[in-house]
Design a protein around this ligand. Structure first.
Ligand SMILES: Cc1cc2nc3c(=O)[nH]c(=O)nc-3n(C[C@H](O)[C@H](O)[C@H](O)COP(=O)(O)OP(=O)(O)OC[C@H]3O[C@@H](n4cnc5c(N)ncnc54)[C@H](O)[C@@H]3O)c2cc1C
Length: 473
C-alpha cells in the first residue's frame, strides 16, 4: 500500500484525500490549524453560521460537481445571486442591468463610456501587459475607471498598471462589453459567462459542509487527519529530485511515497536545502495579500438585500460586505439579527494588520455610516475580527516569469505535487482547488501525465453547461 502525505485540510487537500482514500492508498493529512476547510470553512458565530466572506460555489467541470453531489446530495439551496456595486453614492446591479446603469449615470458619462469603447474597438492595443490596458482595451477607459480601477487597487494594494494582465485573463477572459450588455438585456436567457451566472448551489449549513463531509468520508476509509500539525518542511533526497516525507514543527519526521502540498508555495520552497540561487531569487519576488474580516451582528432583519456588495468608492477602505442572512434561511437559525462580514485587504507590513481589534471595528462601523448602510444611531450588538493571511497571490506584472522558474524547479521532484490557491500561487476559487485535488489523485493512481499547473490558467476550458444541468442528477 502506497503512502501519501497531504499538507493542508482545505478544498485542494481534502478533495485529493477523498479521492485517494477510495483507492488503495494510505493517506495522512496534516493540518496546521484545528479547522476543516481552510479558507472555505464555515463556523458558528453568535448562534448562526458564517463563512470567511462570500463563498459562492460554481463549476462547469463534471468531476468537481460529482464531488459536490456525492457529499452534499440534496442538502443545498439554489441561491439567486444578488450583488451590487456601490460607487459614487449609487448602487449598480452586478451583473450590469442596462436600465440600472442608465438610471445611475449621467448622459455625459454614458457618452464617455460609449466613446471610449468605440475608440478601443477602432484602435485596440495589440499587446496588453497590465490590468489597466487589458480591461480598457476590452471595455474602454471610462468603464474601466468606474467599474474596475478603484476596487482592483483596494484589493491588490498596487496600481492597476502594476497588476499583470493574467489576472483579468483568468477571471474575465471571454467577457466583453457587448456580452455584458447582451446579458443585461437578456437576463436569465441562455448560458452565461462564468462571471455573470445568477444562481449558485450553496450547502444549507455553509460552504464548509462540503469539506466537513469529505473529512468524515476520509476517516471512514481508515485515512487520518491530524490537526494542529504544521509542516515545517518537505524533505528531499540528496539529488533534490525525490520527496522523502515531511518534518513537522515539533521535529517529527514522517516518510511517504508521495507528498501533496497545499501550504504556501513560498514557504514550501524556502524549506528546501541547496535550492539554486535563481530559484530562491524568483520565489522571493512572489508575495500575498491578506484579508481582515470584520464580523458585525446587527439587531435588524433587513439591512440590505444582496448576498454581498462590492464597495468601489475610494473614500472608504472597505472592499466588500457579505450579508449571510441573504444566502439561505438555515444559516441564521431563526434569529432575527443579521451578521455581516466586512473585508479589508492589506499586506502583512501595513499597520492595519497589527492594529488593535477595537480600532478596526470602530473604523468599520464608521465606514458603514459614511456609505449610509447603517443608521448613525445603530451600533452592532456583537463584533469579531478574523485575520486571514496569504489569501490572495499577487499577480504583479512579470510574476509569471518568476513563477515559471519555480515551477520548472519543482517539476523535477516527481513525487511532490504542489496544488491549491497559495499552494500553487494561483488565484483559485474552491472549484479550481477541488479540481487540482482530484487531478492530483488521478495523477498518482493512474500515473497520468496531467499538468496540474495548467488548471485555472484558462477559466473557460471547461465544458459549457448551465448550473441546473450540472447539479441535477
Ligand atoms: C474572502 C474570501 C472570499 C472567497 N470567495 C470565494 C467564492 O465566492 N467562491 C469560491 O469558490 N472561492 C472563494 N474564495 C476562495 C476559496 O476560499 C479558496 O479558493 C479555497 O479555500 C482554496 O482551497 P485550498 O485548499 O487551495 O487552500 P486553503 O483553503 O487555503 O487551505 C489550505 C490549508 O492548508 C493549511 N496549511 C497551510 N500551511 C500549512 C502547513 N505548513 N502545514 C499544514 N497545514 C498547512 C491551512 O491551514 C489550510 O487549512 C474566497 C476566499 C476568500 C479569502
Amino acid at each position: 500500500m502506497k503512502k501519501v502525505i497531504i499538507i493542508g485540510a482545505g478544498p485542494a487537500g481534502l478533495s485529493c484525500a477523498y479521492q485517494l482514500s477510495k483507492e488503495n492508498f494510505e493517506v495522512i493529512v496534516f493540518e496546521a490549524s484545528n479547522n476543516i476547510g481552510g479558507m472555505s470553512r464555515s463556523f458558528q458565530l453568535w448562534g448562526q453560521i458564517v463563512d470567511l466572506g462570500p463563498h459562492r460555489f460554481f463549476s462547469k467541470q463534471p468531476d468537481v460537481n460529482r464531488f459536490f453531489n456525492e457529499l452534499i446530495k440534496e442538502d443545498f439551496t439554489l441561491v439567486n445571486r444578488q450583488t451590487r456595486i456601490f460607487y459614487n453614492g449609487k448602487y449598480f446591479q452586478y451583473p450590469l442591468k442596462i436600465g440600472n446603469v442608465l438610471k445611475n449615470l449621467s448622459f455625459i458619462t454614458i457618452f464617455q463610456i460609449l466613446w471610449d469603447y468605440f475608440i478601443k474597438i477602432v484602435f485596440p492595443l495589440k499587446n496588453t501587459k497590465n490590468l489597466e490596458e487589458w480591461i480598457s482595451n476590452r471595455f474602454g477607459k471610462k468603464l474601466y475607471t468606474i467599474f474596475f480601477k478603484h476596487y482592483s487597487e483596494k484589493l491588490w494594494g498596487i496600481k492597476c498598471t502594476q497588476i499583470d494582465a493574467d489576472w483579468a485573463a483568468q477571471r474575465i477572459k471571454t467577457l466583453s462589453l457587448a456580452q455584458a450588455v447582451i446579458s443585461a438585456f437578456l437576463s436569465n436567457k441562455g448560458n452565461k459567462h462564468k462571471t455573470l451566472v445568477d444562481q449558485f448551489a450553496y450547502p444549507n449549513n455553509g460552504t464548509g459542509t462540503l469539506y466537513e463531509r469529505a473529512a468524515e468520508a476520509i476517516k471512514k476509509q481508515n485515512s487520518n487527519i491530524h490537526f494542529n500539525s504544521k509542516i515545517k518542511r518537505v524533505l528531499l533526497d540528496e539529488s533534490n529530485k525525490i520527496a522523502l516525507g515531511v518534518e513537522l514543527l515539533n521535529g517529527d519526521i514522517i516518510e511517504s511515497d508521495y507528498v501533496i502540498s497545499t501550504m504556501p508555495l513560498t514557504s514550501l520552497l524556502k524549506g528546501f536545502n541547496n535550492t539554486p540561487k535563481k530559484v530562491i531569487d524568483s520565489i522571493n519576488t512572489l508575495y500575498f495579500r491578506n484579508t481582515i474580516l470584520v464580523y458585525l451582528e446587527i439587531d435588524k432583519e433587513n439591512l440590505f438585500s444582496d448576498n454581498w456588495l462590492y464597495i468601489h468608492s475610494p473614500d472608504v477602505k472597505l472592499g466588500r460586505i457579505t450579508n449571510f442572512r441573504n444566502w439561505c434561511p438555515s444559516l441564521n437559525k431563526g434569529k432575527s439579527s443579521t451578521i455581516i462580514a466586512l473585508e479589508y485587504w492589506c499586506f502583512e507590513s501595513d499597520t492595519i494588520w497589527s492594529e488593535k481589534d477595537k480600532n478596526i471595528i470602530e473604523m468599520a462601523v464608521k465606514e458603514l455610516h459614511i456609505i449610509d448602510l447603517l443608521d448613525k444611531n445603530v451600533t452592532p450588538i456583537n463584533s469579531k475580527i478574523i485575520r486571514v493571511p496569504n489569501c490572495y497571490p499577487v499577480y504583479e506584472t512579470g510574476y509569471q516569469q518568476n513563477l515559471d522558474i519555480v515551477i520548472k524547479h519543482l517539476k523535477k521532484i516527481e513525487n511532490l505535487l504542489p496544488i491549491g490557491r497559495y499552494g500553487s500561487f494561483k488565484y483559485n476559487n474552491q472549484d479550481h482547488s477541488i479540481l487540482m485535488g482530484l487531478l492530483a489523485a488521478k495523477k498518482i493512481t493512474n500515473n497520468d501525465t496531467i499538468d496540474l499547473w495548467s488548471v485555472n490558467t484558462d477559466t473557460e476550458y471547461q465544458e459549457d453547461a448551465k448550473v441546473k444541468d450540472v447539479l441535477i442528477y
